[in-house]
Design a protein around this ligand. Structure first.
Ligand SMILES: NC(=O)c1ccc[n+]([C@@H]2O[C@H](COP(=O)([O-])OP(=O)(O)OC[C@H]3O[C@@H](n4cnc5c(N)ncnc54)[C@H](OP(=O)(O)O)[C@@H]3O)[C@@H](O)[C@H]2O)c1
Length: 258
């Protein structure tokens, strides 16, 4: 394992983030916010987007004027992701890590889901991350390396009623991860996905107490994840410790799907 930043083969593979640039989609809250905070604390420059700015975004812009960049971008318009990447490159001059974190869920049986809702779920959770990845990977290829981490879901590996379209998009992201790892390995770019079980965030805030208790009961480790549990896996896959890991999907669910 290469721990010396000067001998590491790829740019995202350095011991600390000092000077390196991360793009995290959906960094205004939830897991994305935790990733932004931890990357900034590790010395990375961090660029993120969401549809609207949260208090966290406003505070981070004031606290880290030279190392934090935020823009309003809607994954419903995937081509705007390309403009975002161009802007990030103009602001920070390089790009070492992409975390495809932003996602939306809509629980509804397929029978009643309007076609437009199906299309927008697939666009936001699959098409837009693919287009964001394409734009970032081009920059990383020119630089000689980088790392990409896609945030999937256990819905991609287990069936649950009411989330079939979301599950299709997340399973697509895992397939994308494996094939892209083969395309980009020769360019020094590693591509992995993290497959979280349920964790506390706005996405799970509305979960009925009975559902939460059932998940806790069925989870060998007896609780929902914290966003930090998932962030630990993302940061590992982004680090030199994972320099020989690519094309993998790492399940972080306390054993729920084992
Ligand atoms: N929470 C869970 O239990 C769980 C479990 C498995 C997998 N996941 C996955 O983990 C990732 C993070 O989830 P989370 O729970 O942290 O989500 P969250 O708290 O709902 O945050 C989602 C982030 O993405 C942004 N976002 C959502 N839709 C967007 C759009 N159309 N365009 C641009 N930005 C958008 C949100 O900001 P705006 O709303 O302002 O746009 C926010 O910053 C997602 O990919 C999710 O599918 C979550």
């Amino acid at each position: 394992m290469t721990e010396n930043p000067d001998t590491s083969g790829t740019t995202a593979e350095k011991t600390a983030g000092e000077g390196r640039v991360a793009v995290v989609s959906g960094g205004s809250r939830g897991l994305g916010r935790v990733l932004v905070e931890r990357l900034l604390a590790d010395g990375w420059h961090v660029a993120t987007f969401s549809r609207s700015a949260s208090d966290f975004v406003t505070e981070a812009m004031a606290a880290h004027p030279g190392s934090f960049h935020w823009e309003a971008v809607d994954l419903g318009e995937p081509e705007t992701a390309r403009t975002f990447v161009r802007n990030v490159h103009r602001v920070f001059g390089r790009l070492d890590l992409l975390v495809n974190n932003a996602g939306i869920v809509r629980e509804e049986l397929l029978f009643t889901m309007p076609p437009k809702a199906i299309e927008s779920l697939i666009t936001a959770n699959l098409v837009a991350p693919i287009m964001l990845t394409q734009a970032c990977a081009r920059v990383m290829t020119r630089q000689g390396g980088g790392a990409i981490v896609n945030i999937s879901s256990i819905n991609a590996v287990r069936g649950y009623r009411g989330v079939s379209v979301y599950a299709a998009a997340k399973a697509g992201l895992d397939g994308f991860t494996r094939s892209l790892a083969r395309e980009l390995g020769g360019h020094g770019i590693r591509v992995n996905s993290v497959v979280p079980g349920y964790f506390d965030s706005a996405m799970t805030a509305e979960m009925p107490a009975a559902s939460r208790a059932r998940i806790e009961r069925r989870t060998p480790l007896g609780r929902l994840a914290a966003a930090d549990d998932v962030a630990d896996a993302v940061l590992y896959l982004s680090s030199p410790r994972a320099e020989f890991v690519t094309g993998q999907s790492m399940v972080i669910d306390g054993g729920l799907t084992c």
